[in-house]
Ligand binder design. Structure first.
Ligand code: FNR
Length: 338
């Protein structure tokens, strides 16, 4: 049996296989209120019918100011729960687990009005200069992540992932390139980690299910973080009860990335070995054979598929055929699945 199609269990939740749909913003809240719309219902449910083990719903903003764009999904108010609950129901109906990525865009928000960051440094010459967050801003944002987690629980999500990657707010605190604070939230690694530490602690007061954190394991810039810097951070996360590190890279500052098949797998492997924590690999993983190699060589525990899942909602079936494995079909498709 291919390892790709073996189950993975964490904190009492079992994914039927190790194929995860990577979180991908759909920018489809056309009313600009962060509410689930028909697109989300169709898009995510299609991948559940396609037999993903876990779907991680796109970056979902914990405050209106924390959206990347006005069309982002939101979880900043109780009004968001009903639509998200409908979505979890639609996906779970097909035996697929569903997670949500809780996010705050920080200085990468492209919105009217004030935007927030650890330091008043713009991402690039075209972007707005953010306001340096006060202690009160920090406390409010931590509370917003906690409330987001509470609502995610009410909506029936199986997994919460904190978005600590791609140069959004949590990542901006972690990296010395974007965090030049002189208080207890800046300077040493412990201090730059403090914001994430406090978010994890706050989330854990309302959430005892599987908790993932997505990180950017390489800033690809001198003076920035490398995968080695993430090993102690991953150990701290593990000590705090984080179950899995979802290992991505880049985008905290503009930098060129050398992209090739599996370009981030090595980072997932290094963190898995160095910190003794489960990881997921993501980034240009497109074939079943490639995914199977990553799992069999214990380089990661789960494989996340992004763009290939956009091209092929039935990617698990495609991968199973490639690996010579027969997987269950939705019963309505049994006559045409193989
Ligand atoms: C993304 N990605 C992404 N990552 C994330 O952590 N949260 C998000 O909301 C998004 N949004 C998003 C939208 C779209 C349209 C794309 C293509 C990508 C990154 C994504 O999850 C994944 O890490 C990368 O696309 C690399 O994996 P693939 O696509 O090579 O499998």
């Amino acid at each position: 049996m291919a390892k790709l199609f073996t189950p993975f269990s964490v904190k009492g939740v079992t994914f039927k296989n190790r194929i995860v749909m990577s979180p991908m913003c759909m920018y489809s809240c056309h009313r600009e209120d962060g509410m689930v719309e028909d697109w989300h219902r169709t898009h995510y449910t299609s991948r559940a019918v396609g037999q993903a083990g876990l779907i991680i719903v796109e970056a979902t903003a914990v405050t209106p100011q924390g959206r990347i764009s006005p069309q982002d999904l939101g979880i900043w108010s109780d009004d968001h729960v009903a639509g998200l609950k409908e979505l979890t129901g639609l996906v779970k109906e097909h035996g697929t687990a569903i997670g949500i990525q809780l996010a705050h865009a920080g200085r990468k928000a492209v919105l009217e009005g004030e935007i927030l960051a650890p330091s008043a440094l713009a991402f690039n010459e075209k972007s707005k200069t953010p306001k340096e967050m006060t202690k009160a801003d920090i406390e409010e944002t931590i509370e917003a992540f906690k409330k987001g987690a509470q609502r995610a629980k009410e909506a029936g999500f199986d997994v919460i992932e904190l978005h600590g990657a791609h140069g959004y707010l949590i990542n901006e605190f972690l990296s010395p390139l974007s965090n030049q604070r002189t208080d207890e939230y800046g300077g040493s690694a412990e201090n730059r980690y403090r914001f994430l530490r406090e978010i994890i602690d706050a989330v854990k007061t309302v959430w005892d299910g599987p908790l993932f954190v997505r990180v950017s394991a390489n800033d690809y810039t001198e003076g920035g973080l490398t995968v080695e810097d993430y090993i102690p951070l991953a150990k701290w996360m593990k000590d705090q009860g984080v179950d899995l590190i979802d290992v991505s890279s880049g985008a905290v500052v503009p930098a060129r990335i050398n992209v090739y098949p599996g370009y981030q797998v090595k980072f997932a492997e290094t963190i898995r070995e160095g910190a003794g924590i489960a990881t997921s690999a993501v980034g240009l993983i497109t074939s079943g054979i490639q995914a199977e190699e990553i799992l069999q060589n214990e380089r990661a525990d789960l494989v996340l598929i992004g763009r290939e899942f956009l091209r092929d909602p039935y990617w698990p079936r495609t991968a199973a055929k490639e690996l010579g494995v027969e997987i269950e079909a939705p019963k309505q498709y049994e006559r045409g699945w193989r």
